[in-house]
Design a binder for this molecule. Structure first.
Ligand SMILES: O=C(O)CCC(=O)C(=O)O
Length: 355
């Protein structure tokens, strides 16, 4: 845990593979897809998906399903992809906005995933839509034992390094519980959609520290270790893909080390110091472009492909975005916010749920 926390403080994020059993994440996705498939939404094109589905090799599929259900050891990527492909709702395509009978016949005859030029339904933000975000299948993950254990241990480590009130807690107290935001974010992105670069800090600055005092910001120099600052934000985002996501589906991308830029101070967002209202710190160009005169190179964006069960935990200040969904399938993800319960002030209690 010490190493994980050090990495989180240094890079601003942690990528944890296979943290959650994939069958639980696929159940979450099923919940979102059921909503998108319902008549009043009708965003999914499950019918044509069924027509396009390959006949699965049943014996192989039984082995794959058993591996996914067992979850431990984590199923192989091939097993997950095959289970995914054999479940029509999970593989459903984005429905066209409106199609003529001729277009429908054409698309049924095309056994290809190639994006066509037709207009597809846009994505939807299901954030705060409780039939999805508070469905038991979703809460089983977003407030479930795997994330609770991870954040208990991470926050226990945090508290060891920064004891509350300047005193060392006893061993038992180190197992400080985590709290999670009651609202949950659910993003469904259609073809051509992506998330612009931004930091969550400005939306969450009220919740970012326990004292209400704002961080003075890093020096912008990634070599400086400022982990001893007591006003370091203790609010973290946990992002997870709800499916098998290649970079072409729209994956989370993180601006490594950008949490250490200066300007993460309460009141900056919307002020003249923050030159635009695009939720980026004033020092962002310094990370993005580097500074040739001072021999500082531009920062590095990182992304990867994801499988159900992977999560990314990141500092509330980290600049992040997503790649563009280039496929005819929805890209679905969820994200939540976490904070040590001991750091939840009275005026934050309504927003957080202790676990
Ligand atoms: O999933 C995305 O596209 C963006 C995620 C995000 O902005 C967040 O988790 O705060």
């Amino acid at each position: 845990m010490e190493q994980l926390l050090a990495t989180l403080r240094r890079d601003g994020y942690l990528l944890l593979r296979s943290l959650i059993p994939p069958r639980k994440v696929l159940a979450m996705r099923q919940c979102v897809c059921e909503t998108l498939d319902a008549p009043d939404w009708a965003h999914l094109d499950t019918q044509s998906q069924r027509a396009l589905a390959e006949q699965p090799n049943e014996a192989q599929l039984a082995v794959d399903r058993a591996a996914v259900d067992a979850g431990n050891p984590p199923p192989s990527e091939a097993s997950l992809q095959r289970v995914f492909a054999a479940t029509p709702l999970l593989r459903a395509r984005i429905a066209p906005r409106a199609r003529s009978t001729r277009q429908k016949a054409q698309s049924a005859a095309t056994r290809s995933d190639e994006p066509s030029s037709e207009q597809l339904q846009p994505g939807v933000l299901l954030t705060g839509y409780r039939p999805v975000t508070h469905d038991p299948r979703v809460l089983d993950v977003l407030e479930g034992p795997e994330l609770r254990r991870l954040f208990s241990r991470l926050f226990g480590q945090l508290e060891k390094q920064h004891p509350a009130n300047g005193r060392m807690p006893s061993d038992g107290e180190w197992a400080a519980g985590p709290s999670t935001f009651n609202s949950k974010w659910c993003r469904v992105q259609s073809r051509g959609e992506s998330t612009e670069e931004h930091t969550d800090y400005y939306r969450f600055e009220h919740f970012a520290t326990s004292t209400g005092a704002s961080d003075e910001g890093g020096s912008g120099d990634a070599a400086v270790d400022d982990s001893s600052r007591s006003t370091e934000p203790n609010l973290f985002t946990c992002w997870m893909p709800l499916g098998c996501l290649g970079v072409e589906h729209g994956t989370l991308t993180v601006a490594e080390g950008s949490h250490r830029l200066s300007g993460y101070r309460a009141g900056v967002y919307g002020s003249a110091e923050c030159k635009s209202d695009n939720e980026l710190p004033p020092d962002w160009p310094h990370w993005r472009d580097g500074d040739a005169s001072a021999d500082v190179s531009a920062g590095v964006w990182r992304t990867t492909s994801f499988l159900p069960g992977d999560v990314v935990v990141f500092d509330v200040r980290l600049v992040h975005a997503s790649t563009r969904n280039e496929t005819p399938h929805y890209r679905i993800s969820m994200d939540t916010r976490w904070k040590p319960t001991s750091a939840v002030r009275d005026d934050m209690r309504e927003a957080f749920k202790p676990l």
